[in-house]
Design a protein around this ligand. Structure first.
Ligand code: IMP
Length: 426
């Protein structure tokens, strides 16, 4: 048993992991991100000040913690430098002492962002991506034509890889989308400029992480997005292009499975999703607007309004299994404070049959009808509650049911956006 822990999302991202990671970061030495890129968005509120994170682990708010952007990530240097500048302007110290970037993480280029947009435009099944070039960058990684962060520091290698990519992209994009406007010189100049600014952060993070592990330091693995957006386990093809669930940790950092002591799964007390794709418990009435307003459900990254719905316990139970969740954290309970009744999806009806598990067939999942269990609302403000026993009995019944159904004990309940607004459950 060790104290290293993973924090993963159990829904479609935006579960409020940022705040939980921020709280848990206080007790660890190293915070590592292992997948995704600036499609992610964590907001952390500290002393009334809001900090937005897209690439950098939110552990950076804690002085003395080492934050690592692992090799499983895709890095847009422009977005990274912007984020560093913004955080520094808010008084956050960022230097190679507390931020390291994997030399073997992949780099996002303008042709990735462009392709993200082009593909969305011509697909009949739009994914509703964040448009940040995430999928196309992972495509190049697996096609073995990707350019890695370390390559930017080796101009000869970088320029020859870039030349191959520009030749290929201009040729293909011209045929398919009527676009061949990428200038090799311009991109080379731009990215060599970024290299100069990020070079001191770049290193062999695999060796670094093994070293801190051997030294007995505690590591927190910060998941971005959520299990239902995982490219293997989510609502494919309406997913992101990486493994957001725990499996991504090992390929995304170079540390082995035995590094992990505990998995903390985070789920919102209701459900939200941004972008396209099936969402059986989605509100079809004014409730959607009510929860969106009360919960501030607008994307940190794109500002898009999030789709809102009831808690889907079938999906969360599945996500608990996939991740081997040891402890469940339920966030934003307070958003449900004023409701007369609250529903939880406990199964699906499909063509006269009842399904107890999440169906991989996207056509089936798009047409299931949720089976709900209804709970009475508590109609009391819970945001000032700090002990589980002090929650209204209706809220306790709701949480206890969820915990039992999904098969994980609740260790924390979040009742507001501030760091202090949390209930630790013994
Ligand atoms: P991509 O990751 O930009 O390719 O987008 C694929 C899908 O994942 C879209 O539905 C996005 O809205 C969704 N997505 C990506 N990152 C996040 C996130 O951090 N939170 C919520 N949804 C996300």
């Amino acid at each position: 048993m060790n104290n290293n822990l993973a924090v993963v999302g159990l829904q479609w991202g935006d579960e409020g992991k940022g705040k939980i990671i921020d709280i848990l970061s206080a007790g660890v030495d190293v915070v590592v991100r292992y997948q995704g890129g600036n499609n992610a968005g964590h907001t952390v509120v500290k002393d009334g000040k809001r900090y937005a994170f897209h690439l950098i682990p939110s552990g950076i708010l804690h002085p003395g913690k080492l934050c690592v952007m692992g090799n499983g990530m895709v890095v847009d240097p422009l977005a990274l430098l912007h984020e560093i500048d913004e955080l520094r302007a808010q008084g956050v110290e960022i230097s190679p002492r507390n931020l390291r970037i994997a030399e073997n993480a992949h780099v996002i280029f303008p042709y990735h962002r462009k392709l993200d947009g082009f593909r969305e435009k011509i697909r009949s099944n739009r994914i509703g991506t964040t448009g940040r070039g995430i999928g196309p960058c992972y495509m190049d990684k697996y096609a073995r034509s990707g350019i890695r962060v370390g390559d930017l520091l080796n101009p000869r290698l970088f320029l020859s890889k870039l030349a191959d990519n520009i030749r290929e992209k201009n040729g293909i994009y011209r045929q398919v989308f009527g676009y061949d406007g990428f200038s090799e010189e311009e991109i080379a100049r731009e990215y060599l400029g970024y290299a100069e600014r990020i070079k001191d952060f770049v290193c062999d993070t695999v060796s670094l992480l093994h070293q801190v592990w051997e030294e007995g330091k505690t590591i927190l693995f910060e998941g971005a997005q959520g299990t239902m957006l995982d490219v293997d386990f989510g609502t494919y093809p309406f997913v992101t292009s990486s493994n957001a669930s725990v499996g991504g940790i090992f390929s995304g950092t170079g540390l082995p499975p035995k590094v992990l002591g505990k998995v903390i799964g985070v789920a919102k007390a209701y459900a939200t999703r941004v972008g396209e794709g099936p969402f059986p418990t989605e509100f079809k009435d004014a409730m959607g607007d009510l929860i969106r307003e009360k919960g501030g459900e607008f994307g940190t990254t794109t500002g898009r309004p999030r789709r809102c719905g009831w808690f889907d316990a079938v999906l969360v139970r599945y996500a608990v299994q996939v991740n081997g969740v040891d402890e469940l954290v339920v966030t934003k309970l307070d958003v449900l404070d004023n409701l007369e009744e609250i529903k939880v999806c406990v199964g699906y009806r499909y063509e006269g049959r009842e399904l107890e598990t999440f169906p991989f067939d996207i056509d089936v999942f798009s047409s299931v009808v949720p089976i709900y269990k209804t709970f009475p609302g508590w109609k009391v403000d819970t945001s000032s509650v700090r002990r589980f026993e002090e929650l209204p009995s209706e809220a306790k019944a709701y949480l206890n049911f969820i915990s039992e159904f999904v098969g994980a004990r609740i260790s924390m309940v979040s009742v507001g956006s501030d760091r202090e607004e949390v209930i630790f459950v013994d």
